[in-house]
Design a protein around this ligand. Structure first.
Ligand code: MG
Length: 159
């Protein structure tokens, strides 16, 4: 049995708007996230972790933002496309673990819905999907409320 670990990081800056999308959940906020797609940095970090673990590039190479077909893309659709690429390579996911770094909005009330979304797309039980939220104690770009960062780790198996 082969095991592969992958990690991903994504950051999006705030822009004018009234909601953000994180883990496929629409969360009302004073700003939105600037992006070519829906700006779901949690899913983008997860996609990079999956693609990296499988050794098949990253979200930018698979879904280039120079390609107009990804304009306004639903990131859950990108995630499901990543899973299809993984399955083509004989991989499945054992677990995923994410950390979101944001001063605001408050993420904790939405974690259960995010886990359900990601578990459905990854083909996992919600218990195999970890999502933690933290602030950066007012430090750095997340602390100043300039954007949101997301980190993801995944474990794949070919068994
Ligand atoms: Mg992104």
């Amino acid at each position: 049995m082969n095991l592969r670990i992958g990690q991903g990081l994504d950051v999006h800056a705030f822009a004018p708007g009234d909601h953000v999308v994180l883990g496929g959940v629409r969360i009302p906020h004073t700003h939105s996230l600037a992006a070519h797609s829906d700006g779901d940095c949690a899913i983008h970090a997860l996609c990079d972790a999956l693609l990296g673990a499988a050794g098949i590039g990253d979200i930018g190479s698979q879904f280039p933002d120079s390609d107009a077909c990804w304009e306004g893309a639903d990131s859950r659709d990108l995630l499901r496309r990543c899973m299809s690429l993984l399955h083509d390579g004989g991989w499945r996911v054992l677990n995923a673990d994410l950390t979101l770094v944001a001063q605001a909005p408050k993420v904790a009330p939405h974690v259960a819905a995010m886990r359900a979304n990601l578990a459905a797309d990854l083909g996992l039980d919600a218990g195999a999907v970890g999502i933690k939220a933290t602030t950066s104690e007012g430090l750095g770009f997340t602390g100043r409320g300039e954007g949101i960062a997301a980190l993801a780790v995944v474990l794949l198996t070919d068994a």
